[in-house]
Design a protein around this ligand. Structure first.
Ligand SMILES: [Zn+2]
Ligand SMILES: [Zn+2]
Length: 311
């Protein structure tokens, strides 16, 4: 995991913040698919085409936008004809914990997924593992209950979700052979991503969602219904106030926290609003600033990109 030696991209004043930029990049299943194969050493057009389902036009448009966002650099490998390969930058490489966390969550909570997901092996201890979220300040495990997020200067809702999320997806009829269906339900749509953020930041009542995200009552009903169907949210009635329903994250919903927090941290590492961060994270268990890392669930040691084998 690279922490030092990187230069974040400076975003426009008052525009999309680091979270919005991250959702636009990683809330797209083709981008995730391309990155996943790049981490397994795909560099040339043909390397990705050989993996199956992607079309030429989707591949070229996604590679161009991932390069523009600084996850790849183009390197020329042939003069006649002129040919380039796409090499992951440190920013692109740093996406690996997010991919690992998504796979782990899908494997545990969406087992009906059609395509088999990779098995992850920790070469340092010699065991297959399920990753755990850890705090880099204290080295201990952390979860949604002991990480507190406060809005920073660029943190308002309107700047945290890109308008483009969900549009590109509907244009693509063909989907990647390696599906992350529930992950994409939560991240690949503008409103879903907002609602997920609101839930982790403590929204419980119908009114909270409308106020915080700016969604109409029809959208609030629709998203809450879908989240309940997916099993990430449950509705509870209050015995004293039968009309007063609250919405809480279930175990499945809470278990998605590592994905959310790793994405936020990656975004804030690599994209910087001039006003300051969107969210300031604290690990209440140790009192330190919360910067996430992944621990091996078997031996407890921090995982590094080099110590993971994916089959
Ligand atoms: Zn800590
Ligand atoms: Zn291990």
């Amino acid at each position: 995991m690279t922490t030092g030696r990187h230069t974040p991209t400076r975003l426009a004043t008052g525009g999309d913040n680091a979270i919005a930029v991250t959702l636009a990049i990683l809330g797209d299943e083709w981008n995730l698919w391309i990155l996943r194969h790049a981490m397994a050493d795909a560099r040339r057009y043909g390397d990705w085409m050989a993996q199956g389902s992607i079309s030429n036009s989707v591949l070229s448009s996604r590679l161009a936008s991932l390069t523009e966002s600084g996850l790849f650099v183009q390197e020329q490998y042939s003069e006649r004809p002129v040919r380039f390969e796409y090499v992951l930058t440190p920013r692109g490489r740093a996406v690996w914990p997010i991919l690992i966390a998504m796979w782990a969550w899908e494997q545990e909570w969406a087992p009906a997924s059609e395509a088999p997901l990779p098995t992850m092996h920790h070469t340092a201890c010699g065991h297959d593992f399920h990753p755990r979220l850890g705090c880099r300040s204290c080295g201990n495990p952390a979860d949604a209950h002991d990480v507190v997020a406060a809005f920073g200067p660029s943190g308002d809702w309107s700047r945290s979700v890109p308008t483009s999320v969900g549009r590109r997806r509907s244009q693509t009829a063909v989907q990647p052979s390696e599906l992350l269906p529930h992950t994409m339900e939560l991240l690949g749509n503008r409103w879903s991503a907002s609602f997920l953020g609101a839930l982790f930041l403590g929204a419980h009542r119908f009114r909270d969602f409308a106020e915080r995200t700016g969604a109409s009552p029809a959208i609030v009903s629709d998203r809450l219904r879908r989240f309940i169907e997916l099993g990430v949210v449950e509705a509870r009635s209050n015995a004293e106030r039968p009309d007063w329903r609250t919405y809480q994250l279930t175990q499945k919903g809470l278990a998605f926290f590592p994905v959310v927090i790793l994405m936020i941290a990656w975004g804030q590492d690599w994209f910087e609003a001039p006003e300051g961060p969107a969210l300031v994270l604290t690990h209440t268990a140790c009192g330190g600033p919360f910067h996430p890392e992944l621990l091996c669930g078997t031996c407890g040691q921090p995982l590094t990109g080099a110590s993971i084998g994916v089959r």
